[in-house]
Design a protein around this ligand. Sequence first.
Ligand SMILES: NC(=O)CC[C@H](N)C(=O)O
Length: 313
Amino acid sequence: MLAVDMETIRKQLPVWVEVSRPHAAHGKVASYIPELSKAPADALGVTILTKDGESASAGDCGMRFTLQSISKVFTLILALMDHGEDEVFSKVGMEPTGDNFNSMLKLELVRPGIPFNPLINAGAITVSSFIRGRDPKEKSERILQFFKDLTGNPGLDYDLQVYRSESETGNLNRSIAYFLKENGVLSGDVEEVLDVYFRHCAILADCSDLARMGLVLAHNGVDPMTGQTLIPRRYVQIAKTFMTTCGMYNASGEFAIQVGLPAKSGVSGGILSLVPGYCGIGVVGPALNDKGNSQAGVHLMEHMSRELDWSMF
Ligand SMILES: NC(=O)CC[C@H](N)C(=O)O
């Protein structure tokens, strides 16, 4: 990593955002969850937050969006904290798929029929079934509280319109979940598990919330702002590894080469990333490329990583 001071990054960031923003024109805002289609296609924002509490932001960094698949990293961590590695990984694998995030192809093709990893929909829905709580309400409250702790933002809440929109139209996720139930992968009531899943996907955040969560991962589970350990180090290690191998869906290999950082994207256009030991990064750009990652956001991540020599490899 180049030793570049935050002052320089602060000056450059607005320029880099405007270089990347036009790339949004090659992408499309997700519409399979109808409510998401309302997002502005040309928005692009970024926040970088270091362990010393220094930050740099540019573009539409204040825009709020739903976490979607970004939440999967942290529900995995919570499930691991609730049940441990052996139990969770008896039902979810550790390998990238090379397929779309919502594909069910390999569930039938490859024995033993457990989801390949926790960051595809099948895996994340299975992980949602591992969250402890008396009922879906308590499970969802525990998840939301975990996100409040991770972001240091007690005001964090759901976008209920996005939640309802996905819950009403999520037939593919429903079929995945029932298929998993039929095969003994998913335990509990399928609709209740889906409710927990749809809710955590609909948690609203902005770039600074993502950067703060990324910073906790960059610091092996300790929030450098408070000194509090929020996640055991081993589970951060597992999460960062999955982010590197599967975090950008079936474009994770290319992202590792072009950016070289652990990252997780979501269909509302968010990308959470981090430079280990240094900073958390939050990016949003709702227009997506054909793999479902933010078109301009990925461009911006590539640009920043090159300029600042961030690649871990
Ligand atoms: N890639 C994503 O962000 C997917 C999350 C979304 N809620 C879904 O299940 O389809």
